[in-house]
Design a protein around this ligand. Structure first.
Ligand SMILES: N[C@@H](CCC(=O)N[C@@H](CS)C(=O)NCC(=O)O)C(=O)O
Length: 362
């Protein structure tokens, strides 16, 4: 039995793992997460609805794209998407978090600002592929309500829309410039950071037609990277650049993480600590712990606070705090250079872990 991959073409996080599975040359069979699959296979296994889900050849269920990639890294042969170089690995982990959780804002904005009808049809095509097109559209519109309804929780409002577009285009220009010199983030081999970026940049911002046009126009090399990072199954190739080098052209992107995303993570950590104080004895974290004012491109807006990204930040910090000597010095130099000094002293306390597909206090 190959791996079974419950996923959907329109799904952001499905694209992240599909690109990885294909590069890693893992034998897998993709199952469309249609309504029956959700009800019969996904809900009973997870206790809630989420894609993508990986079922391993021995029947284990793995959810969360990071857990899926880590499972496959541990169980499948071949080169790793985690660079051996400690500073490259630090940058790659930061960029996975940045792609998964910060570029999500642009991904959701562009889908719903410019591709609404396409998205409704795609939701219907996924959930009810056997119904006539009109029915699929109608039911798709209903199924999409929850996703479209999440925009204000992510701080996506008419007030922030211009700033979201400005910062996204800034990101696109920076990544396009990087890709003029390197096929992937750290050379000719894709890293965990590439797959973090691939989520928002493939299924939403490349594949949604109006967003894809913007990407092709503003940053054609990013569109080309999205195709390559999501290319059909192929022979494993590529190496990370030598000498633990973080290419100079990644500095503007990492700086953007420090300027835009890190403050959100700091507020999230403070809110987690407050939530834990307010909820003694409760171990399982809610999907959101509260609300805050965040800034994107200098524009302030209300936004919900999600504890999940702190689990990803904890991975970054665990890697960083494990470094010693010259490696630590080099990592410190990078953090200073990008304006992320605060990461040097940050700790996710209380610690978080994922257990039975839930985020809980460790
Ligand atoms: N952090 C999760 C996010 C997965 C996720 O949000 N998947 C979306 C589809 S792209 C979903 O199923 N959402 C359902 C929901 O949020 O209730 C991961 O990396 O797997």
């Amino acid at each position: 039995m190959p791996y079974q991959f419950f996923a959907a073409p329109l799904s952001l996080y499905s694209g992240k793992v599909r690109g990885y599975l294909r590069w890693k040359n893992v034998p897998f069979h993709e199952v469309l997460s249609r309504r029956e699959v959700y009800e019969k296979d996904i809900l009973p296994r997870l206790g809630y609805g989420m894609v993508p889900v990986l079922i391993t050849p021995n029947g284990e269920t793995v959810q969360d794209t990071t857990d899926i990639i880590d499972y496959l890294e541990a169980h499948e042969p071949g080169p790793s998407v985690y660079p051996d170089g400690p500073v490259q690995k630090l940058a790659a982990l930061i960029l996975e978090l940045f792609g998964d959780e910060w570029l999500l804002i642009a991904a959701m904005h562009y889908r719903w600002a410019y591709n609404e009808d396409f998205a409704y049809q795609e939701f219907g095509n996924t959930a009810f592929p056997d119904l006539p097109a009109e029915e699929r559209y109608k039911l798709g519109k209903k199924a999409a309500e929850k996703f479209k309804g999440s925009l204000p929780f992510l701080g996506i409002t008419p007030k922030t829309a211009p700033a979201i577009e400005k910062t996204y285009e800034e990101f696109l220009h920076a990544f396009d410039t990087h890709l003029a010199a390197h096929p992937f983030l750290f050379g000719t081999r894709p890293s965990i950071g590439d797959y973090g970026l691939l989520g928002p940049l493939y299924a939403h911002n490349y594949r949604d037609p109006a967003s894809g046009e913007i990407m092709e126009r503003v940053a054609p090399r990013v569109a080309d990277w999205a195709r390559r990072a999501h290319a059909p199954q192929h022979v494993l190739t590529g190496e990370f650049t030598g000498g633990d080098e973080v290419p100079e052209t990644l500095i503007p992107i990492l700086t953007m993480f420090a300027r835009e995303h890190l403050p959100i993570m700091q507020d999230s950590l403070a809110d987690l600590q407050k939530w834990v104080g307010d909820n003694p004895g409760v171990n399982e974290l809610p999907r959101l712990t509260g609300f805050h004012k965040y800034k994107i491109g200098g524009v302030e807006e209300d936004r919900a606070i999600f504890p999940y990204p702190l689990w990803m930040l904890q991975r970054v910090l665990d890697h960083y705090t494990g470094l010693t000597g010259a490696d630590r010095d080099a990592a410190d130099a990078l953090l200073t250079r990008i304006g992320a000094e605060d990461l040097k002293t940050m700790t996710v306390e209380p610690r978080l872990k994922r257990e039975n597909f839930k985020l809980v206090l460790a």
